[in-house]
Design a protein around this ligand. Structure first.
Ligand SMILES: [Zn+2]
Ligand SMILES: [Zn+2]
Length: 932
């Protein structure tokens, strides 16, 4: 097969695999077409005021400070004398947008938002604001428009500061909150003199929403333990006090206003949110006013956490809710229909109302959630062939009617308690059923994609066997090929027809039809399969099982290393033992000793914490000195060897590189000490840093292409920028890694002799520029699979040896201080990427050397690497997560994507490595080339 066609086909197949996860895992759970459900009894409140203190942690609000005074005296007073309180448990991701959606629309925002961007609304949804008569909202332009846009008609009004103006909070973020309070006061001042506005705000079913961003901003800037964060809480407390008395005054103390204070998410001690730590997921909820229960004094209440004691609130009943439960609570207080997509369960304990009202409300809640279930089921039923449809067993149509009828009759008989518990059962069944139908297609799509994956991988294996080994004598049988073609075409048509009658989305066609041509290509090579099978049958069973186990174990180690870096240590220790098992050590004792020692030394790196946690500049200095030592040793060797001719300019280049290493070591030290003394980055340091970086890629091209000279030159050149970008132990990493790479090249040479005595490459005379001269590549054998595996393993080690995906996300800016100190995401990102890529380049250059030593074509090795990475990708396909924090979801996707682009990346890397190792620039004119 033509290589170009193969690459294009491979890219297409991988793109489909990559896109498939968004159809399989990340689809919107929302359904449309439900009828609004409203409790038939009159509501207790005419209007609701919702305060959302963005980023406010439950514990910071509730706890007392060192003197025993509350952080928010007014709100504390409400907990003790006026209202109900508790902790609202948010879902991950703990971000503003999903938090507000859960609060106001009552559902946990679908992860399809991951695929479709963060800010833009992926779907239209209903909310309490939309159901209200009028909603006025004040706050951030990032949050408010979301609910105004989704609302039908013109009854949700927003007043935001502009995004640019958000800067006025740059010095003092509490201004964001005082802006809101002032504007609310002005609004009501204006309402007194404006007749139309006055009658509007006096309507029923009115919502006032105050979004207070100051606390979140201060938390990000100064962390939640700071004075600023706590002062902001006090400001908000005072502001709420003012607003409440202003409103009561405005409405003449009519007792028809309900108040709710909560937050969208919490914040970690270090000022971030998004993940699932309790400091992020526990938010406060305080409700008071019309229709809300007064404080309930209790003598004992049990919670697993110790918060009640810490907060000195043991005496007041704590009522915990899930964040989405707040939406039905608000809806019930002002008597609007529950938001259509809400999955919240009305927290009855918060209501100060008759048992009849509570039972009716719960009944409404159950019907509203059941509506979603019914629509979801109908949708699925319509698009599935009836004989294939397996309904959700626990909630059949008759079961639904039974429960509803029974609950109705309980209410008639005034057995309100029984009615409530029956409704709660119905709700939990309906929610379970909703998730059942939401993931209904997952298995079927998953199987299709896995079929495609397995087919593709088998095809690549067959291709390797066919073109790079002497295992088969391939002859083509024209007649049977034509027959096969018709057969597979028929299967394809059948699948398409099947999808057509189920009215599946067009993407399903791609996932289901893709395996057809792939498997056709596999089955077409049935002669190769036959030969391979007969060969395997002759092969001793124990050996083939051992080989399979070793292969599976190798892949597993690679996959696990993405989650636990320490797995790499296990792998490296196994590598250290490799020469012992294969008896290579008897053949080359010194090389083996070096290999084993370096493997064990490198095995220590994955056990250390990820980079950037504890800066330790002295380790960078040590790394610099060690390289200087090694290179001067090499220099001495070069000068001593009298029988060899060493051009003067090669020595000059080496000396120049050593100088650059020494300079880099000095610059790192001087920069960090100068920054430590708050004297800024010296300009001369900056100039040296950038020059070193620029020179690092072309200086190696000046050195001779003999194996060790060129490899050492590449190492020295790449080490200088790496030192400049290091802040701690990671400076030693490329050093140990390249040491191991050198001994790897030696080991591979020994391994080659071990199996085949006729091949005896002499490393000293090997020259990278010979690569193109090798016209006759040898055939592949089993040991080449191990070689490719080593390469993939070292590439993975190069990445996870010092960090992980999270550490790339949240890197320490200290590592780029030698280059710039002002914030510039683009330059910072590029420098960081280069730092990550340097170890990859080292490994790739070593692999290039291994290919030359073992006389292998890079194409055949590339195919083996492709198989290994596809097997890994298949594994990660099963590990993609659609729940958890953005970080969890993002990490699982990025693992998958990482392995997917792995192959493309390896192609690019091997190109770069080839360039670095084989090209030579002659600066001083061409000299006669001497082979040593
Ligand atoms: Zn927020
Ligand atoms: Zn935030």
């Amino acid at each position: 097969m033509n290589m170009l066609i193969f690459i294009i086909a491979g890219l297409l197949v991988h793109c489909v695999f990559l896109a498939s996860i968004f159809d399989i895992y990340f689809t919107s759970p929302l359904v449309h077409g439900m009828t609004p459900q409203r409790t038939p009894l009159p509501p207790p409140a005419k209007r609701l005021v919702l305060f959302v203190a963005d980023g406010l942690r439950a514990d910071t609000l509730y706890e007392l400070d060192d003197n025993g005074t509350p952080q928010a005296p007014y709100l504390r007073n409400i907990i003790e004398y006026k209202g109900s309180w508790g902790v609202s448990h948010t879902h991950v991701p703990t971000e503003s947008r999903p938090g507000h959606v859960a609060l106001i629309a009552g559902f946990y925002e679908d992860v399809s938002a991951v695929a479709k961007g963060w800010k833009e609304n992926p779907v239209e949804f209903d909310s309490v604001f939309n159901e209200s008569k009028y909603t006025w909202s004040w706050g951030s332009p990032d949050i408010l428009p979301m609910f105004a846009k989704g609302a039908s008609g013109d009854h949700v009004y927003t007043y935001c500061y502009t995004a640019e103006k958000e800067d006025f909070g740059a010095q003092d973020a509490t201004k964001l909150d005082t802006w809101v309070f002032d504007h609310v006061k002005n609004f009501f001042q204006a309402a007194r003199s404006n007749q139309t506005l006055f009658s509007k705000v006096n309507e029923e079913k009115v919502v006032l929403f105050l979004h207070l961003l100051g606390i979140d901003t201060n938390g990000h800037a100064h962390r939640p333990n700071s004075r600023e964060y706590k002062d902001n809480i006090r400001k908000v407390d005072e502001g709420i006090n003012d607003i409440v008395s202003m409103l009561e005054d405005f409405y003449g103390n009519d007792g028809k206003t309900a108040f709710i204070l909560t937050s969208d998410h919490g914040m970690t001690d270090w000022g971030s949110h998004g993940a699932g730590h309790p400091s992020e997921t526990l938010t406060p909820l305080i409700a008071w006013g019309a229709g809300v229960n007064y404080p309930q004094k209790v003598t004992f209440q049990f919670f697993e956490d110790e918060f009640l004691k810490e907060w000195k609130l043991e005496k007041w009943k704590r009522l915990d809710v899930n964040q989405a439960d707040i939406a039905p609570l608000m809806a019930s207080l002002i008597g609007v229909p529950f938001p259509l997509n809400s999955v919240g369960i009305l927290p009855l304990d918060y209501l100060n109302n008759s048992a009849h009202f509570k039972a009716e409300s719960m009944f409404t809640n159950a019907v509203q959630i059941l509506e979603q279930f019914k629509i979801k089921m109908t949708q699925k039923k319509e698009t599935t062939l009836s004989f294939l449809f397996t309904p959700f067993q626990l909630l059949s149509d008759t079961e639904q009617i039974n429960i509803l009828r029974k609950a109705r009759s309980y209410i008639h008989q005034e057995k309100y308690h029984e009615a409530v518990s029956l409704c709660k059962t119905l709700i939990s069944l309906a929610l379970e059923g909703l998730s059942y139908y939401h993931t209904y297609d997952r298995l079927f799509l998953g199987i299709s994609v896995v079929m495609g994956f397995v087919g593709w991988t088998s095809y690549v294996i067959l291709l390797i066997v066919k073109t790079h080994t002497s295992l088969t004598r391939s002859t083509h049988d024209k007649a049977s090929t034509v027959l096969l073609l018709y057969g597979f075409a028929a299967i394809g048509v059948l699948i398409a027809f099947f999808l057509l009658i189920q009215t599946c989305p067009w993407t399903y066609y791609i996932y289901c039809l893709l395996p057809v041509p792939v498997w056709y290509a596999v089955v077409k090579e049935f002669r190769v399969i036959q030969d391979l099978a007969s060969l395997l049958l002759v092969f001793p069973l124990g050996q083939s099982i051992g080989f399979l186990v070793a292969g599976a174990l190798g892949i597993e180690i690679l996959v696990f290393s993405f989650f636990y870096r320490s797995t790499l240590t296990v792998g490296l220790i196994a590598f250290a033992g490799w020469p012992l098992i294969t008896r290579l050590w008897a053949q080359a004792k010194v090389t083996t000793l070096c290999w084993t020692l370096l493997c064990l030394l490198l095995a220590m790196f994955p056990l250390m914490p990820v980079v950037g946690r504890e800066p330790n500049i002295s380790l960078v200095t040590v790394a610099g000195l060690v390289i200087l030592l090694i290179s001067s040793f090499f220099l001495a060797c070069l000068c001593k060897s009298k029988n060899k001719y060493v051009p003067k300019k090669d020595l000059t280049i080496l000396l120049f590189q050593m100088l650059s290493i020494a300079l880099s070591t000095y610059v790192v030290n001087s920069t960090h000490s100068s920054l430590h003394h708050k004297q800024g980055l010296p300009v001369i340091n900056q100039i040296i840093s950038w020059t070193t970086l620029a020179s690092s890629l072309f200086v190696p091209l000046l050195s001779p292409t003999f194996f060790f000279q060129r490899l050492l030159s590449i190492l020295l050149s790449l080490m200088s920028p790496y030192l400049l970008l290091s802040t701690g132990y990671e400076a030693l990493f490329p050093l140990v890694l390249s040491g191991l790479m050198f001994s790897w090249i030696y080991m591979e040479k020994e391994a080659l002799q071990h199996y085949d005595d006729s091949l005896k490459p002499k490393l000293a005379v090997l020259n990278f520029s010979y690569t193109t001269d090798i016209t006759q590549f040898r055939q592949l054998h089993l040991d080449d699979i191990r070689r490719s595996f080593f390469f993939v393993f070292f590439i993975v080690t190069a990445f996870f040896g010092t960090g992980n995906i999270a550490s790339v996300n949240s890197f320490d800016p200290a590592s780029i201080y030698c280059f710039l100190t002002v914030f510039n995401p683009f330059i910072m990102g590029s420098l960081l990427v280069w730092k990550i890529v340097i170890p990859f380049v080292l490994v790739s250059c070593a692999f290039e050397a291994v290919q030359v030593t073992t006389q292998l074509s890079s194409k055949s090795l590339f195919l083996i690497v492709l198989v290994i990475s596809d097997l890994m990708a298949l594994h990660f396909f099963f590990l993609v997560k659609d729940y958890g924090s953005w970080l969890d979801i993002g990490t699982s996707i990025s693992h998958y994507v990482l392995v997917m682009v792995f192959t493309i990346f390896i192609m690019l890397l091997s190109g770069l490595a080839q360039l670095l190792t084989t090209k030579r620039i002659e600066l001083w004119g061409r000299t006669k080339r001497h082979s040593m």
